[in-house]
Design a protein around this ligand. Structure first.
Ligand code: F6P
Length: 533
């Protein structure tokens, strides 16, 4: 471990018992430990990061080559070198330069062309110019998994107030229950199926696509006419029988978990329309511009990444809770799980050596206030510290229910305050005294009511969950993951760790159908036997 890491750890250790609350004795703490991007504010003042830690973390980002890597990414270099690919999802939202070059080719004209085709098709579906066998399309089913599901599904839910198109449904799991439940309520004659798969080989997606086609064939003479595809593999979409007029391609320099900005976002475009989709892209572009232009000290993705590094690699907190106080962001934690854990869950550095430090944290979460009545108990009183990332809008979309939004905000702020402040034994004793407890019983009961406090959190405040703001938020997290990955010295853009399970599942299928299990380990053999029995 390098000196810089060690120095940060030493510093963290030396201040570990300091109450975060005491940091507010210095005037201006909240402002100095907040960063703005557009109309969003990230407050990280309720962490144990002080001026010294902040300076050391900023140096760490500088010496780790974040600026050079950022330039290489936006410049179309093949920074995903274990797959030999550039990383250009930022180009899908318009790029920060007029031309975005990779391998001597400007990728922008093709991106614009495909987006224009998506918009035309979307308008045709939404106006009824494109119909199913039974008339205007009422329902769209997006079949995809991982990045071909989590991004568009999360965004569709988040932007519910902007829906003015057909109903959108998502099927991802190979568990037949998923597709069965979704298709049960739909009419094949007025349903459009989008098969979304970057590779068009993913077994779950292809199996569900076959099931959907068979379902449609029960009522529709030419099901293929009600199918569209989103993929990098034009040959495979053609082999599946989908007309190239309804195939929307993209290049392999878009990672699955970074793909919602392009054709994988087709179902989102169907829901909210091409104009609102443009706003969504514009929000992400605004965050790209902020990320590229702002000095690290005022750079929101960099600061969020440094807070993450501080909590995970420096302080040793192994998980990170994402707690949006926004019901429409209820799929955001799942989306971020893929974004963060598939990107930064690695053990090997870029040069092939073992990582000298831990890679990214376990990311999890649920919307508030629901989580408060479930797992917050552990966050407040458990023995492990869980850094929390709160998110809250200034305003909701329901002016008639402004009093509920106020309550939501109050709860969000109360939780971060409670985590930091805690409740001392003396305060707990006073509560028990009021209840009439005495002696040992008072003491015993009081101990159960102590909150250790000093638990760190960040709060992201955004104006209102519009398409633009959602674009900003997602791009913020993408760049945060990028910065953390560069500092950790790993490749955030491959995902070899998902391959082995896929290979073994393929090999197990014939065994489950009666094949020879003798090559398997004892546990797998026994389970196969039990399942077959
Ligand atoms: O297996 C993981 C993964 O490759 C993800 O990275 C990806 O988002 C998902 O599967 C779906 O892949 P595809 O879009 O190629 O079907």
């Amino acid at each position: 471990m390098s000196e810089k890491w060690q120095a940060l750890r030493d510093h963290a250790l030396s201040v570990a018992r300091r109450p975060i609350l005491s940091l507010f004795d210095a005037p201006g703490r909240a402002q100095a430990f907040s960063v703005d991007a557009g109309e969003m504010r990230l407050d990280y003042s309720k962490t144990n990061i002080d001026e010294q830690a902040k300076a050391m973390l900023l140096t760490l980002a500088e010496v780790s080559g974040v600026a050079d890597k950022r330039a290489a990414m936006f410049g179309g270099e093949k920074i995903n070198d274990t797959e030999g690919r550039a990383v250009l999802h930022t180009a899908l939202r318009g790029g920060i330069e007029a031309k975005v070059m990779t391998e001597g080719v400007d990728v922008m004209p093709e991106i614009r062309k495909t987006k224009a085709r998506m918009a035309i098709f979307t308008r045709e579906v939404r106006t009824g110019k494109f119909t199913g066998q039974g008339g205007k399309i009422t329902d769209v089913v997006n079949i995809g998994i991982g990045g071909s599901d989590l991004g568009p599904a999360m965004v569709t839910l988040a932007l519910a107030p902007y829906h003015d198109g057909p109903r959108i449904h998502y099927v991802s799991n190979v568990d037949g229950a998923h597709i069965a439940d979704v298709l049960k309520g739909l009419n094949p004659e007025t349903t459009l199926v989008i098969v979304a798969s970057k590779t068009f080989t993913t077994i779950e997606t292809m199996t569900n696509a076959e099931t959907a086609r068979a379902w449609m064939a029960t009522k529709v003479t030419t099901p293929a006419k009600q199918f569209a595809a989103v993929s990098t593999a034009a040959d495979k979409t053609a082999a599946f029988g989908i007309d190239s007029a309804r195939v929307f391609g993209f290049e392999d320099w878009v990672g699955g978990r970074y793909s919602v900005w392009g054709p994988i976002g087709l179902a989102v475009m169907m829901a909210i329309g091409p104009e609102a989709f443009e706003d969504f892209l514009a929000g992400a572009r605004a965050m790209d511009e902020h990320f590229v232009a702002e000095p690290f000290a005022q750079n929101m993705p960099v600061q969020l990444a440094l807070v993450g590094i501080w909590h995970n690699q420096i302080c040793g907190h192994t998980t990170r809770a994402v707690l949006p106080y926004d019901q429409r962001l209820s799929r955001l934690p799942a989306y971020l799980q893929q974004l963060e854990m598939e990107s930064n869950g690695k053990s090997v550095a870029m040069d092939g050596s073992d990582l000298p430090i831990h890679s990214g944290p376990v990311v999890w979460g649920e919307p508030g206030t629901n989580g408060q009545h479930a797992f917050y108990q552990l966050i407040h009183q458990g023995t492990r510290v869980v850094p929390c990332e709160f998110m809250i809008a200034k305003a909701g979309h329901e002016p008639d229910l402004a009093h509920q939004h106020l309550l939501l905000v109050a709860n969000c702020l109360a939780q971060s305050e409670a985590l930091m402040r805690g409740r001392s034994l003396n305060e707990a004793r006073a509560i028990m005294e009021k209840k009439g407890a005495v002696g040992d019983e008072l003491e015993r009961q009081a101990r159960h009511r102590v909150f250790p406090g000093n638990r760190p959190s960040t709060t992201l405040v955004y104006p209102k969950l519009t398409p633009f703001v959602l674009g900003q938020i997602i791009a913020l997290y993408e760049h945060r993951v990028f910065v953390e990955g560069v500092i950790l010295g790993l490749n955030s853009f491959d995902q070899w760790g998902v391959e082995l399970g896929k290979e073994l599942a393929l090999a197990l299928q014939p065994i489950l159908e009666g094949g020879d299990a003798s090559g398997k380990d004892g546990s797998t053999q026994a389970l196969v036997e039990y399942l077959r029995g």
